[in-house]
Design a binder for this molecule. Structure first.
Ligand code: PML
Ligand code: MG
Ligand code: MG
Ligand code: MG
Length: 257
């Protein structure tokens, strides 16, 4: 191997309480990184930090996977444009979310189903994929859901983004914007709806290719642990192609120097 070229690694973390997720443990925290060899130790420490002292509780199981990724597969995507909508209540926030996904091509019935799903999600730890027209669930991942993997900000790009968005310093926005950018770039993507499963974080978002990343300041009440993600897609897209992009294709968010 050429020792001058750093190796690219995907690092994935998931933590649960009451045993591993697959044995019924409660999901506490998950995280994704995509970094070069000199930065792996630091990224692992940051993921451990993320899982520790979490508002969803302590973990008693943590799974960490580090794997090499071929550089040739890496794609670079600029982050979606960001806006923030202030709303006065959860109801107003969810109404706005429905309107926004509707503008992106999600039918009213599918939008409502998506909202209801997230409201009741405690068991599905990844995302659920719905037909944007009928609202029918299209993925076969059951309670595991779909986990968007192999993504991170390109080194230096988040700092540059932050210069343009002073005030949006929350690491949740950093992670969610990266994820939403990848999800919006998937073949067949129509819209994403998300709010956190963390009881202390009530801001969520709608994201879509033309809409961008639209933060909505209240999509649930404080203390609520139900939260998650719904991806609305065109039924005509090949599901394997779609899922392979989300789970396997390595993506850096940002810009060339
Ligand atoms: C999550 O915690 O998984 C979702 C975070 C949504 C972030 C919304 C924002 O503040 O930009
Ligand atoms: Mg495993
Ligand atoms: Mg959940
Ligand atoms: Mg969370």
């Amino acid at each position: 191997a050429n020792t001058n070229t750093p190796t690219l690694y995907s690092i994935r973390m998931r933590a649960a309480q009451g045993g591993p997720h697959e044995q019924g443990g409660k999901h506490i925290s998950g995280g994704e990184r995509l970094v070069q060899s000199p930065d792996v130790n630091q990224a692992v420490l940051e993921l451990m930090d993320k899982a520790s002292n979490h508002s969803r509780g302590p973990f008693d199981f943590l799974n960490l996977i580090v794997e090499e990724i071929p550089w040739e597969e890496l794609k670079l995507l600029p982050p979606l444009p960001v806006q923030t909508e202030q709303v006065a209540s959860v109801e107003a926030g969810r109404d706005l979310a429905l309107t926004l996904v509707g503008k992106c091509g999600v039918s009213p019935a599918a939008g409502k189903l998506g909202l209801q799903l997230i409201q009741s999600m405690g068991h599905v730890r990844g995302a659920v994929v719905l037909d944007a027209h009928t609202g029918e669930r299209l993925d076969d991942r059951g309670e595991r859901g779909v986990r968007v993997s192999r993504l991170d900000w390109r080194p230096g790009s988040y700092e540059r983004w932050l210069d343009q968005h002073p005030g949006l310093t929350n690491p949740r926005t950093k992670e969610a914007l990266a994820l939403a950018t990848k999800v919006s770039a998937a073949p067949g993507a129509v819209a994403e709806l998300c709010w956190s499963d963390d009881p202390d974080y009530v801001t969520g978002y709608v994201a879509a290719p033309h809409l961008g990343y639209c933060r909505i300041t209240r999509l649930k009440s404080p203390g609520e642990e139900h939260g998650g993600r719904v991806f609305f897609i065109h039924r005509s897209v090949d599901l394997d192609t779609y899922l392979t992009f989300l789970e396997q294709t390595p993506v850096w968010i940002g810009w060339e120097d």
